[in-house]
Design a protein around this ligand. Structure first.
Ligand code: TSX
Ligand code: MN
Length: 584
């Protein structure tokens, strides 16, 4: 009695009264519990065992074919004031949203087990970490949350100690796309998700908690919850700098997080360490620097395109103890996807015989692996450090075939915030409509910021204050194309050449040319030993086109004005300063 778990127990009972489960299971996160759940899912076909010789203890899950991705149009942020959610979110009044969701949840777990998942986002002993409890009727969600978070007894103990947690209620419902909603109540630290069993819709610790709810919490508590990878770069002297980087989808975030240095760099003693591939929580430390943790404990990575060439570390990570979702399988029951460069699919992601002649992919383009970060060869022990890692540079990036050079440095923090706010990427493979259309995706947070973007930019600007030792901000573009439509930069491991320049800039050891859009390296400022670049490539990767940028800045000005009077004046002023420097 009087325990700090009373609030949790009461909420669990309340949810059970609404959803009417046949049983309630409190997840302790133990190996025994996991083995029982996996056995049950193997028995009912939720999980299919993969080739035990080549992929020990690995499983295939096939989701409902209409339930294969996040659903932005069905995702809502329910603040009491509509303007607090902003034009970047779908909004519903909280009371209406609760009524709508509770009607869906009414009796939805009849005959099913309700799982109570206590979890911690971030190292269990870190002051930067935050806890939550997800209630779900999906054992697949439990198995994934166990990999992606610190789940179970230790998290429950922390919740008991702190007395506060994020409430996440989830049911797969009937997996009916017409009865599917992902709803957030940032002011109540509550999430309700119905009708999907997939990824970000269902693993509520990830996008719903660690980004949408956390971004809202971070604003009021003075920190940042960002859609960023975190990596460490160790130089031959043994010093490690940490970088956080935000990219829209299809830019290779996981590949960058697990980068393997080019051969010459490896020989010289350079190493790259992985902290995280998707989410970064950071806050100012006592020395004024930003300290970051990865709130996740695993990778929920896109399978297609992952190969021995693009990401050998990922391939090694997923060689055992991995859950694959919606991949194809080979004749000998190995997982397969487009771009694997190995083996042949015989059964597609839906479980049908694969018909090569139809030209459709065998694996779903959004098929995934769920795997513990500890299995990654480049995983950094610093990822478990309660203090987090100090961030030396923040990198924004996008996929831009034209205009945007390989890399530039923002002149100061305010400029850096504008660079992040104005970031955009060209669409790839027909997920939605046209290919190659530029979409702005500020800080890669468009689907994930739990409040008004104008207020979010204001929050970013607020970190620039006396005593702050802020990271330098950069923008990169690995995807610049030549007139022949071919990529001009080799990318992948060679991106370390660009990261090295950034670190040397931070240390005051590398040169740059000042331009109106920021500081660009001269070719000689980058180590390009062994990289062959045409004259066109050199001109486009390291040059700056004033006419093109004048148009870009006119478009950025329009974009800022779309957010109306809440947009911070400092960003308008920064846009105008640069537009002015580019000439009218
Ligand atoms: O992930 C990528 N990165 C970051 C790697 C650390 N990709 C794959 C994007 C799809 C998710 C890239 N694709 C990168 C990149 O830097 N660059 C490119 C474009 C590219 C594609 C193929 C080649 C070169 C560049 N091939 C050859 O040069 C042989
Ligand atoms: Mn992501």
């Amino acid at each position: 009695m009087g325990s700090r778990l009373d609030a949790l127990n009461q909420w669990v009972l309340e949810v059970a009264r609404l959803t009417r489960p046949a049983a309630i299971h409190w997840c302790d996160g133990s190996d025994t519990e996991n083995a029982q759940l996996v056995a049950q899912m193997e028995a009912d076909g939720t999980l299919i065992r993969l080739n035990e010789e080549t992929h020990p203890n690995s499983w295939l899950h096939r989701s409902h074919p209409d339930d294969v991705a996040r659903v932005e149009h069905l995702t809502f942020v329910c603040t009491s004031e509509r303007e607090d959610a902003g034009p970047n979110n779908h909004w519903m009044a909280p009371a209406d949203a609760h009524a709508k969701m509770d009607a869906l949840f009414d009796g939805c777990m009849r005959g099913r087990t309700m799982y109570v998942i206590p979890y911690c986002m971030g190292p269990i002993d870190s002051p930067l970490s935050r806890c939550g409890v997800e209630i779900t009727d999906s054992p697949y969600v439990v198995a994934n949350m166990r990999v992606m978070t610190r789940m179970g007894a230790a998290a429950l103990a922390r919740i008991e100690r702190e007395g506060s947690f994020i409430k996440g209620l989830h049911s797969i419902g009937e997996l009916d796309p017409n009865r599917r909603f992902i709803v957030h109540f940032p002011e109540e630290l509550t999430i309700k998700s119905f009708g999907s069993g997939y990824g970000g819709n269902a693993l509520l610790g990830k996008k719903c908690h660690a980004l949408r709810i956390a971004s809202h919490q971070a604003r009021s508590e003075g920190w940042l919850a960002e859609h960023m990878l975190i990596l460490g770069i160790e130089n031959p002297q043994g010093e490690t700098h940490y970088i956080a980087a935000a990219f829209p989808s299809a830019c290779g975030k996981t590949n960058l997080a697990m980068l393997i240095p080019p051969e010459g760099y490896r020989e010289d003693g350079w190493k790259v360490w992985t902290i995280g591939d998707d989410i970064c929580w950071m806050r100012p430390g006592p020395d004024g620097r930003l300290y970051a943790i990865n709130p996740e404990a695993g990778f929920f990575g896109v399978a297609p395109g992952t190969s021995i060439n693009s990401n050998p570390n990922a391939l090694e990570t997923i060689a055992h103890d991995t859950i694959f979702t919606n991949v194809a399988v080979t004749a000998d029951n190995q997982p397969w996807w487009e771009g694997l460069n190995h083996g042949q699919p015989v059964i597609d992601w839906r479980g049908n015989d694969y018909d090569f002649s139809k030209g459709t992919p065998a694996a779903h383009p959004n098929s995934r692996f769920t795997v513990s970060a500890r299995q990654c060869p480049s995983y950094s022990h610093k990822a478990e450090d309660a203090q987090g890692v100090p961030i030396s540079a923040i990198v924004f990036g996008g996929r831009r075939a034209s205009l945007v050079p390989l890399v530039f440095e923002a002149r100061d923090w305010t400029h850096g915030v504008l660079v992040g706010a104005a970031m955009g990427s060209e669409t790839t493979a027909a997920a939605t409509g046209a290919v190659g259309v530029m979409r702005r995706d500020p800080m890669a947070m468009k689907p994930f910021c739990g409040y008004n973007f104008a207020d979010y930019f204001g929050h970013w600007l607020s970190f620039d204050k006396p005593g702050a030792q802020l990271p330098k901000v950069f923008h990169v573009n690995w995807f610049r194309k030549g007139d022949d439509g071919k990529f001009l930069w080799p990318g992948f491991g060679d991106n370390l050449r660009v990261l090295e320049w950034m670190i040397k800039r931070v240390e005051g050891k590398a040169g740059a040319v000042e331009t109106p859009i920021g500081n660009l390296p001269k070719e000689a400022d980058l180590n390009l030993d062994g990289v062959r670049l045409s004259d066109e490539a050199r001109a486009k990767l390291f040059g700056f086109d004033a006419d093109g940028w004048r148009n870009e800045f006119a478009s950025i000005g329009e974009f800022l004005r779309e957010y109306g009077p809440r947009m911070p004046e400092a960003l308008h002023a920064e846009q105008q300063r640069i537009a002015g420097a580019l000439g009218a």
